[in-house]
Design a protein around this ligand. Structure first.
Ligand code: SIN
Length: 190
């Protein structure tokens, strides 16, 4: 699979016949929408966990020095907190471009903060994508994040903004908080 998933996502028929749908964001989409939406709600999805295991060659790194951004990995029994946005299929072009470095559109059930359960859209980068970096010790992940930057800014801002946004919404995420703590320590030591 090439890095660029735009074409694959455009071929996806899921949701094309919907007037509106819910998008579940779990990374930068939590703290930066970048598009208009009719409604936004805190939400969770079951059986998935957020991990800094995806390479970023286009936003928070470069092709020679990729950054690390989050994706979702299957984790039976775990709950992942995120932000759901009510959008229309007209948003797909913007979203496919933003998430083009390995993320594919998936249909997943999500629970909104009013208890409503909806099958909505989630962009997930799976281990088979070319930009996948995979598991690494927290220290190595944090070092890579501190050392990289791309067109969207320093990778450290992505990691710290995500941790701050999760805390602000009262969400716990041991992996993200451990990476952010190590990133802060490395910045202080540099
Ligand atoms: C997301 O936020 O839902 C996808 C990952 C990212 O763009 O950080």
């Amino acid at each position: 699979m090439s890095h660029d998933t735009i074409e694959t996502n455009q071929r996806t028929a899921a949701f094309a016949d919907h007037d509106e749908l819910w998008l579940f964001g779990y990374g930068s989409l939590i703290y930066k929408a970048g598009f208009d939406y009719s409604e936004r709600r805190l939400a969770t999805i079951e059986g998935w966990a957020r991990r800094f295991w995806q390479g970023s060659h286009d936003h928070r790194g470069t092709p020679v020095a990729p950054g690390r951004v989050v994706t979702l990995v299957e984790a039976p029994g775990e709950t992942c907190f995120g932000m759901a946005y009510r959008i229309t299929p007209a948003h797909f072009e913007y979203l496919d471009h933003r998430e083009k470095n390995g993320y594919l559109r998936f249909a997943q059930p999500m629970t909104l903060d009013n208890g409503q359960v909806e099958k909505g859209l989630v962009y997930i980068a799976t281990p088979s994508n070319a930009a996948w970096l995979g598991e690494a010790p927290i220290d190595a992940i944090a070092r890579q994040i501190v050392d990289t930057a791309g067109p969207s800014g320093p990778n450290r801002d992505y990691a710290l903004d995500l941790a701050d946004a999760l805390r602000e919404h009262g969400a716990r995420d041991a992996h993200v908080f451990a990476v952010a703590e190590r990133v802060r320590a490395l910045i202080a030591a540099d």
